[in-house]
Design a protein around this ligand. Structure first.
Ligand SMILES: Nc1ncnc2c1ncn2[C@@H]1O[C@H](COP(=O)(O)OP(=O)(O)OP(=O)(O)O)[C@@H](O)[C@H]1O
Length: 221
C-alpha cells in the first residue's frame, strides 16, 4: 500500500445543509508533502477534520494508512489520533504548563513510562530547536516559538501523517519560512505532511504538490 491518505467520492454536508465538500477523490502518497489551498470557505479545514476524525463524511470513503475511518468507532478515536499529528493556527497550548509538559501531554495520556517521555520530549524539542526552552512557559515565547512547541507536540508520538491547518497564519514571512523549513526536514525523515494555507507566496516559493479546493470541489490535485 503506497497511499497514506485516500478520499473516494467524499461528500460533507454540515447540519443545517451547508455542502462543504462535494465528491472529493484524492490521495497522498506515503512520504509525500503537499499543500492544500483554496479560498476562505473552500473546505480545507473540513478535509483536514475528516482525516483527524473531528468530523465524519456524509458520504464516500476516507482511508488513512490502510484504515477505513468508517470502521473506527468513537471509542477508538483517541488511539487513532496517536498516529496522526494535528497542528492548528492557534497552537492550542496549555499556558499553565511548561513547554516540556505541553509536548509531553500526548505521551502522558498514552501512559508512556517516565524515562521514555523525557527522552522523546527532548528529541522532539531538539527537532524544532527549542531544547533550551523546556522549562519556560509558552506565554514567554514568541509566536513562532509557540508554533514550534505545537509542532513538537504533534510529532512527539512519531505520527506517520502530519496535518497542519494554517500553521503560519499568525507569523511574519521570515518565521513562516522557518516553520516551512521545519516541515521540509520532517518530510525528509519520512513523515507524510499536508499543509492547508492561504499563503500563496509561500506555496509558490516551494516546489511541492498543490491540492486546490474551490467551493468544496477539487479543482486541482
Ligand atoms: N461546523 C460547521 N457547521 C456548519 N457549516 C460549517 C461548519 N464548519 C464549516 N462550515 C462551512 O463549510 C464550508 C467550508 O468550511 P471550511 O472551514 O472547511 O473552509 P476553509 O477552506 O478551511 O476556510 P478558511 O480558509 O476560511 O479556514 C464553509 O462554508 C463553512 O461556513
Amino acid at each position: 500500500m503506497t497511499e497514506i491518505v485516500a478520499f473516494d467520492n467524499v461528500v460533507k454536508r454540515y447540519p443545517g445543509g451547508k455542502l462543504a465538500l462535494d465528491r472529493v477523490s484524492l490521495s497522498l502518497a506515503r512520504g509525500e508533502m503537499a499543500f492544500l489551498t483554496g479560498h476562505s470557505g473552500a473546505g480545507k479545514s473540513t478535509l483536514m477534520k475528516l482525516i483527524g476524525l473531528i468530523e465524519r463524511p456524509t458520504r464516500g470513503r476516507v482511508v488513512i494508512n490502510g484504515t477505513d475511518l468508517a470502521r473506527v468507532s468513537r471509542r477508538q478515536v483517541p488511539r487513532y489520533r496517536q498516529r496522526v499529528g494535528l497542528i492548528f493556527q492557534n497552537y492550542n497550548l496549555l499556558f499553565d504548563r511548561t513547554v516540556f509538559d505541553n509536548v509531553a501531554l500526548p505521551l502522558v495520556i498514552r501512559g508512556q513510562a517516565h524515562r521514555d517521555i523525557t527522552r522523546r520530549v527532548r528529541a522532539a524539542l531538539d527537532t524544532v530547536g527549542l531544547l533550551s526552552h523546556e522549562k519556560k512557559f509558552p506565554i514567554t515565547l514568541s509566536g513562532g516559538e509557540q508554533q514550534r512547541v505545537g509542532i513538537a507536540r504533534a510529532v512527539v508520538n512519531r505520527p506517520h501523517l502530519l496535518l497542519a491547518d494554517e500553521p503560519t497564519g499568525n507569523l511574519d514571512p521570515e518565521l513562516s519560512a522557518d516553520i516551512m523549513r521545519l516541515f521540509t526536514r520532517l518530510n525528509e525523515t519520512g513523515t507524510s505532511i499536508m499543509i492547508a494555507t492561504h499563503d500563496i507566496d509561500l506555496v509558490e516559493a516551494m516546489r511541492y504538490r498543490r491540492i486546490v479546493l474551490d467551493h468544496g470541489h477539487l479543482e486541482q490535485a
